[in-house]
Design a protein around this ligand. Structure first.
Ligand SMILES: C[S@@+](CC[C@H](N)C(=O)[O-])C[C@H]1O[C@@H](n2cnc3c(N)ncnc32)[C@H](O)[C@@H]1O
Length: 176
């Protein structure tokens, strides 16, 4: 089963849009079964993944809200359909910011219950790209409900949107 709308096609799109340098160190936050970690490695990136409940040896056990890495450890962070599942999307964005080097990229696909720009910018990111995938998310979520394995049972009632987003940790003076 695909654990996020769009499956591998969506992952490849995020990676392509982010135009990461060869060999970049990338962390997948909420990596699940590790498909994205494996894909990134096959493309030559130094990828690691953490998840509360890893479903593959390619993924390490760890809480994305308190990731076990020092500040500025990664060139990029990717997260698909996991920040909102953590129950603290703003906290997850702040943790991604902490983990990135200055100028590092955030590759995010996630559900939002309010407009995404304020929390993403509020965490310190410049938004380089944003694409609305809400129509596909609705289809995906209805199918998951139908199968009885929706990704999260605590989805608030009301409008939600699904966004693909590339952000950049704002550069600090004299660096990069
Ligand atoms: C819908 S799945 C997406 C998995 C993967 N990103 C993918 O797209 O295939 C959400 C994942 O987030 C993980 N997760 C939720 N809260 C987390 C937390 N606080 N720290 C780490 N992982 C978390 C879950 O265990 C689950 O594997």
């Amino acid at each position: 089963m695909k654990s996020h709308p769009g499956g591998e096609e969506q992952t490849r799109r995020l990676i392509e849009l982010a135009a990461l340098p060869a060999g970049a160190a990338v962390l997948d936050m909420g990596a699940g079964a590790g498909e994205t970690v494996e894909l990134l490695r096959s493309l030559g990136f130094a990828a690691r993944g953490i998840d509360l409940a890893p479903r593959s040896p390619a993924v390490e056990q760890g809480d994305l809200l308190r990731a076990p890495f020092p500040d500025g450890s990664f060139d990029a962070v990717i997260s698909q359909c996991a920040f909102f599942v953590s129950g603290d999307q703003s906290g997850a964005l702040r943790e991604a910011y902490r983990l990135l080097k200055s100028g590092g990229k955030l590759l995010l696909s996630d559900v939002f219950f309010t407009p995404p720009e304020p929390p993403v910018r509020g965490a310190g990111f410049e938004i380089l790209f944003s694409e609305d995938w809400t129509a596909l998310w609705k289809e995906y979520y209805l199918e998951a409900l139908w199968r009885g394995d929706a990704p999260c049972c605590d989805i608030p009632k009301g409008r939600s949107s699904y966004r693909l987003l590339i952000g950049r940790k704002e550069k600090q003076d004299g660096y990069l």
